[in-house]
Design a protein around this ligand. Structure first.
Ligand SMILES: Nc1nc2c(c(=O)[nH]1)N[C@H]1C(S)=C(S)[C@@H](COP(=O)(O)O)O[C@H]1N2
Ligand SMILES: [Mo]
Length: 154
């Protein structure tokens, strides 16, 4: 019989006014979206999965990133990194998820094919990617800051 595993949490940090530690259950409190994703893995070929979870955009904005949302130029240098428990890490740029620019439905999935990810950790879902390498599983950290590390000048 398998032992029940403890729920994991992700660390949301960087140049944010409200950094947080969030469990998958807490991510589920945000508005949830469904994505039918298809991606290609160099090793395993084409994959299809149904994911549910909040948009990365909503998670990051709840942490109040120090970025000017009125001007169109300042926010373009804001970077996000997403890291898994094994150290696998990818950059997502602000403009990919900002509705004024790419507006992609990038999710922090709380379930895959209906199976909850509370103990495995959330998975990044990047619907526009052909390659599956940014579908980072077992996320432990999301970090965000301007590319030069400095807050916007006003
Ligand atoms: N944490 C973590 N996530 C990861 C990887 C990894 O090495 N570590 N590999 C990626 C790659 S290369 C692919 S193709 C997909 C594979 O997803 P699957 O295992 O559901 O097919 O996971 C991605 N997510
Ligand atoms: Mo892959």
């Amino acid at each position: 019989m398998s032992r029940p595993e403890a729920p994991v949490s992700i660390r949301l940090h960087g140049l944010l006014d409200e950094p947080a530690e969030l469990t998958v259950a807490q991510l589920r409190d945000l508005p949830s979206h469904h994505v039918e994703a298809r991606f290609n893995c160099l090793g395993n070929g084409d994959q299809r999965h149904g994911f549910d979870g909040p948009r990365l955009w909503d998670v990051v904005r709840a942490a109040r990133p120090r970025v000017d949302l009125q001007g169109r130029r300042e926010r373009l240098r804001f970077l996000l990194t997403v890291t898994g428990a094994d150290g696998h890490c990818a950059v997502v740029s602000w403009a990919e998820i900002d509705p004024d620019f790419g507006g992609q439905q990038i999710l922090l999935a709380t379930s895959i094919d209906g199976a909850p990810l509370d103990t495995a950790g959330p998975q990044l879902v990047v619907p526009a990617d052909y390659c599956g390498a940014r579908y980072i599983s077992g996320i432990t950290e999301v970090w965000g800051a301007p590319s030069d590390g400095e807050p916007p000048h006003g």
